[in-house]
Design a protein around this ligand. Structure first.
Ligand code: DX5
Ligand code: ZN
Length: 215
């Protein structure tokens, strides 16, 4: 069964706690929190103080997607705020393997995210250290964009390499996931699905989550 991580970016920012609780009640496995700094991506969203407040509203596992420059400077703040997993971009400055060690030293799960133009092989040197790899299926920065099918071979290449090494690494996809695109990514080897617009626009979030889970 797939794990579903609704993206709170598609929720009402004046009622984030209620949005998180809706996800929890609807059977979400995780909560995906998109952190954007207006520098690594051309949009600004949520910082660690907001994550800390959200932490009091829900018991959901917090999957924090950092789309920021200089992630090492801010990772301790997100860890202290209540992140359970911290997802950093391979394209951010610094040595990604060392950033992953930093996340682990804080007792958190670690993932590395790849923008559409970044090849699968980028994560291979430190694949063993990762709990998850995130394959972006849109250009990071905004919700509601169209799914990029050209990312499917990248998902398959990472799944094949994990299998070759005997690793049960999670593979997450993020961007444009709907009931139409989810079967494509799960067939390619993804098992953690982020969805923002699709879930928050659904008439019944619980049944939309079930649909994605049972693919
Ligand atoms: C995009 C974010 C995504 C976004 C997905 O940069 O990382 O998590 O919220 O939104 P949808 O599902 O609407 O494409
Ligand atoms: Zn995201």
């Amino acid at each position: 069964m797939n794990k579903i991580s609704p993206s709170i970016l598609a929720g009402d920012f004046a009622r984030l706690g209620e949005a998180a609780q809706l996800c929890e009640r609807s059977g979400a496995d995780w909560l995906h929190i998109d952190v954007m700094d207006g520098h690594f991506v051309p949009n600004i969203t949520i910082g660690a103080p907001v994550v800390k407040c959200l932490r009091r509203t829900t018991g959901l596992f917090f999957d924090v997607h950092l789309m920021i420059s200089e992630p090492d400077r801010y990772i301790p703040d997100f860890a202290a705020a209540g992140a359970d997993l911290i997802n950093v971009h391979a394209e951010s400055e610094g040595d990604t393997a060392k950033t992953v060690d930093l996340i682990r030293s804080l007792g958190k799960k670690a993932a590395v995210a790849l923008k559409p133009a970044t090849p699968a092989e980028t994560v291979f040197p430190y694949l063993e250290k990762l709990d998850m790899v995130l394959v972006m299926t849109v250009e990071p920065g905004f919700g509601g964009q169209s799914f990029m099918a050209d990312q499917l071979p990248k998902i398959a290449a990472i799944r094949a390499e994990c299998e070759r090494r005997g690793l049960a690494t999670d593979i997450q996809v993020d961007g444009g996931i709907t009931d139409a695109t989810a079967p494509l990514v799960t067939q390619s080897g993804a098992n953690v699905l982020v969805a923002g617009s699709y879930l928050f626009k659904a008439a019944d979030m619980a049944s939309a989550i079930q649909t994605l889970k049972n693919l």
